[in-house]
Design a protein. Structure first.
Length: 134
């Protein structure tokens, strides 16, 4: 089991996954900034953030499907699994953040880092072994 988790393919996938994640977060931030600063559409911050997060999620899906995990399937179920996993890891991120905030007496940086780390690991494993499994 351990050999399966740390083989060369998985290490390569983890590197691609991290770059895809950075690209997705960059897309999220860029779109959000554009919507709240340059387009005078009178969108609320919440609507702007929802749109930017959706754009980042689309980038993450495409990059991880094609580049990281090289999935050739054309399936609505794959998209549903991806979105379900994103919902689960979002809930995990919020719960871990809240827990670390409580345990640390409100230290935001450690809470953010631990929550992001936990949700990233679960997200990678979920995509590798469930969403885009071969």
């Amino acid at each position: 089991m351990l050999k399966t988790i740390v083989d060369r393919e998985t290490i390569s996938q983890a590197k691609s996954f991290l770059l895809a994640g950075i690209s997705a977060v960059g897309t999220d931030a860029f779109v959000y900034f554009i919507l709240v600063r340059f387009f005078f559409l009178n969108l609320s911050y919440d609507v702007s953030k929802a749109i930017s997060f959706l754009c980042g999620t689309i980038v993450a899906y495409i990059m991880n499907k094609i580049w990281t995990f090289k999935s050739k399937r054309k399936s609505v179920l794959e998209v549903i699994a991806f979105l379900t996993l994103y919902g689960i890891t979002f809930a995990l991120n919020v719960a871990v953040n809240r827990s670390v905030l409580f345990l640390s007496g409100g230290m935001t940086v450690p809470a953010f880092l631990v929550a992001t780390g936990c949700s990233t690991v679960v997200n990678f494993a979920g995509q590798k072994f469930w969403v885009f499994k071969k």
